[in-house]
Design a protein around this ligand. Structure first.
Ligand code: TMP
Length: 210
């Protein structure tokens, strides 16, 4: 079973990812947690390039192709082999992030991005995508507070330093894109406490357990 988790910064994706793995393992399942960018060896190099503040001057199309390269390698080296070995694979972000951030956020054509994603994923689409929805003000405040806690500067992390406007477009983009793919997307309100959010996520996993 291949599940992806999506949402703007600060929605609590990492917390939910851990809770999901603990729950599935307690039910006897083999789980692989992974993420984009950075789910493979090549991807970790690409993540460093993509998320470093110095990459501010990167052309949007150059950035796009790095995300796609990360995804192609991630699918080939990590996701497909794990699924073939019978594991649950849960990825913190996947193809939808490209459509939403590079498309709705940066203005590239979402339909074109979807076609390019199809090349990168080579037929391997998630069976379920959980969208943790949150207003960008709350999300960014959480993300900035986390950076402070972790001793990073408030502005560290390229995306978190983006204008609120960008994050509003991203949030709306997620909602639009999710509405276009109702078969796969499940919307969860990220404003609740992690425990309450997880109850909802667990309800989504339950029917897929043997
Ligand atoms: P995160 O995984 O720590 O949330 O950070 C990854 C950042 O990269 C996040 O701001 C979203 C962005 N991103 C894209 O813009 N396009 C993509 O395709 C992916 C996977 C991530």
């Amino acid at each position: 079973m291949f599940i992806t988790l999506e949402g703007i910064e600060g929605t609590g994706k990492s917390t939910q990812l851990k809770l999901m793995a603990e729950y599935l393992e307690s039910r006897g399942q083999d789980v692989l947690l992974t993420r984009e960018p950075g789910g493979s060896d090549l991807g970790r190099e690409l993540r460093r390039m993509l998320l470093h503040m110095d990459s501010q001057g990167m052309a949007p199309t150059a950035e796009l192709f790095l995300y796609l390269a990360d995804r192609a390698q991630h699918v080939a080296q990590v996701i497909r082999p794990a699924l073939e070995a019978g594991k649950w694979v849960i990825s913190d972000r996947f193809a939808d992030s490209t459509v939403v951030y590079q498309g709705y956020g940066r203005g590239l054509d979402p339909k074109l991005l979807h076609s390019l994603n199809a090349v990168a994923v080579d037929g391997l689409w998630p069976e379920m995508t959980i969208l943790l929805d949150l207003d960008p003000e709350t999300g960014l405040n959480r993300a900035l507070a986390r950076n402070l806690r972790e001793g990073k500067s408030r502005e560290e992390g390229r995306f978190e330093a983006e204008a609120l406007d960008f994050h509003r477009r991203v949030r709306e983009g997620y909602l639009t894109w999710a509405a276009l793919h109702p078969d796969r997307f499940r919307l969860v309100d990220g404003k609740e406490t992690p425990e309450v959010v997880f109850q909802r996520v667990r309800d989504l996993l339950e029917p897929h357990l043997p």
